[in-house]
Design a binder for this molecule. Structure first.
Ligand code: SAH
Length: 400
């Protein structure tokens, strides 16, 4: 196995279990590794410290283990078993301890959340009997077959389909010839359940793994605020927040997304839960245009835009974007209105997001109270040694 030697003193973050090795920390390699190859990491003094996937880029190694062990199917089985135990503890995955603990009202959850589950570069979402697997590193792409085999072992028959969806998540330059493909099964039964509400999952063509499971808890909170309100679900994608608002007793619910496909999915999902309910209407339109022209007196608005900053260097513009968007909502929302506002940009931290929303409120001249500070749910855990894994943040605001 090829060995990578670190520069003197560059092993410190690894000793604190941080899972990334940046290119600047590397002194030399025993031989040039291929993209995605498994490599061993040694300190300048020649002491073994970690094993991980090599990749060309600023993060050169994503660490899989700090113990001298072989990375094979059994390794992934051990990691997946722990990830599954975490979800059982949360009450999301069916428990082996007691059949009565099963939670049939939610069949969609994240089983593997990259660094948060000590598997950097790997995401696995479960939708009923289907697992959608996504590689964000070349190494995980190479290992996809043994991961799929490990997943079948660990899930012991409860997963009948494994869909591999990494066409857009891997670096293009690596020329991996990646394609989206079923590694197991091929079911088209695409209905999953979240807190008792049904939705279609378009894992073949949808964004990410097909659904944003990370808003589950926040949608449930929104339901409690919905009674009698006029709700605007901006950036609705598959309409998650909309059908919670409807179940919560909203007077009307308008869903907006610039993508016609997203609007079609939203309409299909509303139809699945509340057939022909006249309270709901969906609009395929740009958010800013819609906010400028809207006349409806909304008193509950959700803003859940895509990541405005994918990288640190885009941060300034991203913060301006959040301020501009939230300002428009503050200007239009009815007195006594509730605003659910989110950022899923990893590069924007909680304080920066809050400052952007603060600026927006001040510009609109509204009196605003913070009611809740929201974050990603427990099936998207943050590795304590990898604070970069904290990405979703939200505020629930009362606007006087
Ligand atoms: N709230 C959703 C997830 C939102 S993802 C959920 O709970 O599932 C972000 C969505 O914003 C995507 O569906 C994307 O199509 C949409 N979008 C991106 N830019 C937009 C714009 N300028 N105006 C309206 N929608 C936009």
């Amino acid at each position: 196995m090829k060995k990578i030697y670190l520069k003197h003193g560059k092993d410190e973050s690894l000793r604190r279990f941080h899972p990334w090795i940046f290119s600047g920390a590397i002194h030399h390699t025993s031989a040039q590794p291929e993209e995605g190859e498994i490599v061993e990491i040694y300190t300048a003094e020649g002491e073994y410290i970690a094993t991980g996937h090599f990749q060309i880029g600023s993060i050169m190694v994503r660490v899989l283990t700090f113990t001298h062990e072989t990375i094979d199917q059994q390794f992934y089985e051990r990691k997946l078993a722990i990830a599954l135990d975490v979800r059982r503890s949360i009450g999301l995955a069916p428990s082996t301890r007691s059949a009565t603990e099963n939670s049939p009202c939610t069949t969609a959850f994240r089983l593997v959340h990259g660094e948060g589950d000590n598997l950097p570069g790997l995401v696995i979402d479960i939708y009923g009997k289907t697992a959608v697997m996504q590689a964000h590193s070349v190494g995980m792409h190479h290992d996809r077959q043994i991961i799929a085999a490990a997943l079948q072992q660990v899930m012991a028959g409860s997963v009948e389909n494994i869909y591999y969806k990494s066409e857009t998540t891997l670096p293009y330059k690596a020329e991996l010839g990646q394609e989206n493909v079923f590694l197991l099964g091929g079911s088209t039964d695409d209905i999953a359940v979240e807190n008792g509400l049904k939705f279609h999952v378009d894992w073949l063509h949808g964004q990410k793994t097909g659904f944003f499971v990370d808003q589950r808890e926040n949608r449930r909170l929104l339901e409690q605020y919905s009674r009698g309100r006029n709700v605007l679900n901006m950036f609705c994608y598959t309409g998650g927040f909309s059908f919670y608002a409807m179940r919560g007793g909203a007077r009307l619910v308008h869903s907006v997304d610039s993508s016609q496909k997203a609007i079609d999915l939203t309409n299909a999902n509303v139809q699945l839960n509340f057939p022909d309910d006249p309270r709901h209407e969906a609009f395929a339109e740009d958010a800013f245009r819609f906010l400028d022209r809207m006349q409806t007196p909304y008193d509950l608005i959700i803003l859940d835009p895509p990541a405005f900053a994918k990288h640190k260097d885009a941060l300034r513009n991203a913060l301006k974007g959040y301020t501009r968007l939230n300002r428009k909502a503050f200007e239009k929302i009815q007195p006594g209105g509730i605003l659910f506002t989110f950022s899923c940009s990893q590069a924007v931290n909680k304080d920066q997001f809050r400052a952007a929303v603060f600026t927006a409120a001040a510009m609109a001249g509204r009196h605003v109270r913070i009611l809740h500070q929201l974050h990603q749910p427990a099936d998207h855990p943050v590795n304590i040694y990898h604070p970069e894994g904290e990405y979703l943040k939200g505020l629930v605001l009362y606007v006087e």
